[in-house]
Design a protein around this ligand. Structure first.
Ligand code: GTP
Length: 503
């Protein structure tokens, strides 16, 4: 930014300052020229001078010329020419000796003027009144004003020409420096030399201005030196401001990033982890902090939290549906089998007895046929309720494992203890006194119970164990129903009777 905008602007400003200062030098040069021209005209448009060059005023030279006047006015040379351009009168100060001389030609004390006078004579008619002259006779460039000699009222014809010459020597330069307040140098340079407008050396700028002379191939180079203090001060100020701006920007960017990390990224990460954990059951992330936020992240967190709660409810509902019977609400075969498997392992490990029971409603088909299927459902629900009550009291599992078939799992229970509980269940259903007029066994609902058991340490599979209870149930049914039977090993035929086979 500083390269493209600030530094070019500074350079532009610096160029403006250089132009301004150089214009000051040029204006001073113009003023010096105008002043010399005005002084030349003052003399040239004067009746006395008009008379003098026509040889009608012999005392003119004595009255008007003196070395003091020449020195005071800083005239190096004043030359009068007649109407033909021929030398009429010369007055000058020798630049080498500072000797005052007045002559009628370029001889003797005025010999040093010869080249200069020759140049002036050659430019009398065809050049402007103000010029800069270079001449072999003088060491410094000369400022020359040439003007026609007229009467005081300006009426003509011209009686000749008056030229005033002021050297641009060290004294003149010092005077210019006083006027401008700038250091000034005067040099002669070939016109064809490419001179840069400005030249920068460290903390100084050299600025130049070319003045044409009477010699077309040589120009006067007026130069001045400008201090770059102002520019360099601006530059260092800009650099200082830039460095601090960059530091401030970096600080602000860092602060904003820190705020973003703290207010957005960190909560977003926590939200992402939270959202990920909602997928797993064992989510233990404390979402309270996230949910308390009043921004969009808080909104998202609350939505996730609600979603998670709803998902857990649904999972629990699903689990319940998949492991419980929808009609009676009792555990179903799936759950019973899982618990049976686990109990067998536990009993084997702990060498404790385990008993299983199969309970079947007697002549339920006849009930359905007699009272209708709907009444049959109600009956199943009441039987389940009664069985569950006993199971809860005696701390064992009862499940609906078939249409009108139930199974019980009794850990740490021997066959005899199981027979006692079986009898209890049997009597509980009797006590319901649910009418079953179609039953050949009794006018109310009855059940048959078969018990199988796992002796301490016996290695047995769930299917085999259940088939013992099934065979006992079969035996109870075969014996006339409405009774409790325990499986007796000698009658067992495990390969024939299956637990899954419906009675
Ligand atoms: N209402 C109702 N009836 C069912 C349901 N599940 C099974 N059943 C009926 O239960 C009856 C079982 O009949 P069976 O297997 O012949 O046995 P049972 O009539 O009880 O005879 P035993 O078991 O030999 O005493 C069938 O009629 C089934 O339709 C149920 O969910 N609701």
């Amino acid at each position: 930014m500083s390269k493209w905008f600030i530094f070019p602007a500074l350079h532009e400003e610096e160029r403006g300052v250089i132009n301004q200062e150089l214009k000051r030098v040029e204006r001073s040069l113009d003023l010096a020229q105008q002043s010399l021209l005005a002084q030349a005209r003052d003399w040239a448009h004067w009746d006395d001078t008009y008379q003098f060059v026509q040889n009608n005023y012999p005392r003119y030279a004595d009255v008007n010329f003196s070395p003091d006047m020449m020195r005071e006015m800083r005239y190096q040379l004043i030359a009068f020419f007649d109407a033909n351009g021929e030398i009429y009168f010369l007055s000058g100060l020798d630049p080498d000796t500072n000797q005052f001389a007045i002559c009628a030609g370029v001889t003797d004390d005025c010999a040093w003027m010869a080249a200069l006078i020759d140049s002036i004579q050659r430019s009398i008619d065809n050049t402007p009144e103000q010029q800069y002259f270079l001449s072999p006779g003088v060491s410094a460039p000369a400022m020359v004003s040439i003007t026609p000699i007229l009467r005081t009222d300006g009426s003509g014809p011209s009686a000749g020409w008056l030229a005033k010459v002021r050297l641009m020597d060290k004294q003149w330069v010092a005077q210019m420096e006083n006027v401008t307040g700038l250091p000034i140098t005067i040099e002669q340079r070939p016109t064809s030399d490419p001179i840069p407008f400005t030249n920068i050396e460290g903390e100084t700028i050299h600025a130049h201005h070319l003045l044409p002379t009477n010699v077309p191939t040589i120009s006067i180079l007026v130069g001045t030196q400008l201090n770059r203090t102002h520019y360099l001060a601006s530059l260092s100020t800009i650099r200082y401001v830039l460095i601090w701006t960059v530091c401030l920007m970096l600080f602000v960017i860092g602060f904003v990033l820190w705020l973003m990390e703290r207010m957005i990224l960190k909560p977003l990460k926590a939200l992402a982890i939270f959202a990920k954990q909602t997928m797993s059951e064992d989510s233990n992330l404390d979402s309270a902090l996230l949910c308390q936020r009043n921004d969009e992240i808080g909104l998202l967190a609350r939505s996730f939290d609600q979603q998670l709660s709803r998902q857990r409810e649904l999972n629990a509902e699903l689990l319940n549906l998949s492991t419980h019977d929808s009609l009676t609400g009792l555990p179903n075969r799936r759950l019973f089998d899982q618990r049976l498997q686990a109990s067998i392992h536990e009993m084997e490990a702990s060498s404790q007895p385990l008993a299983v029971m199969m309970l079947d409603i007697d002549h339920f088909k006849l009930f359905n046929d007699h009272y209708g299927h709907q009444k049959g459902d109600q009956c199943l629900q009441q039987v389940a309720q009664a069985l569950q009550k006993v199971a809860t009291t005696h701390d064992f599992l009862i499940a609906r494992t078939g249409g009108e078939e139930f199974s019980a799992l009794l850990p740490n229970t021997s066959a005899q203890q199981a027979k006692h509980i079986g009898q209890l269940l049997h009597d509980t259903i009797d006590a319901l006194a649910f009418p079953h007029l179609a039953s050949p066994v009794a006018p109310y609902f009855t059940i048959s119970v078969g018990i199988g058991s796992l002796d301490e340490g016996t290695d047995i599979s769930p299917n085999v164990l259940m088939s013992t209870a099934d065979q006992a149930l079969y035996s109870a049914k075969a014996a006339g129903r409405h009774q409790v039977k325990i499986f007796t090993p000698p009658n067992a035929d495990f390969s024939v009777v299956s637990h899954d086979t419906s009675l």
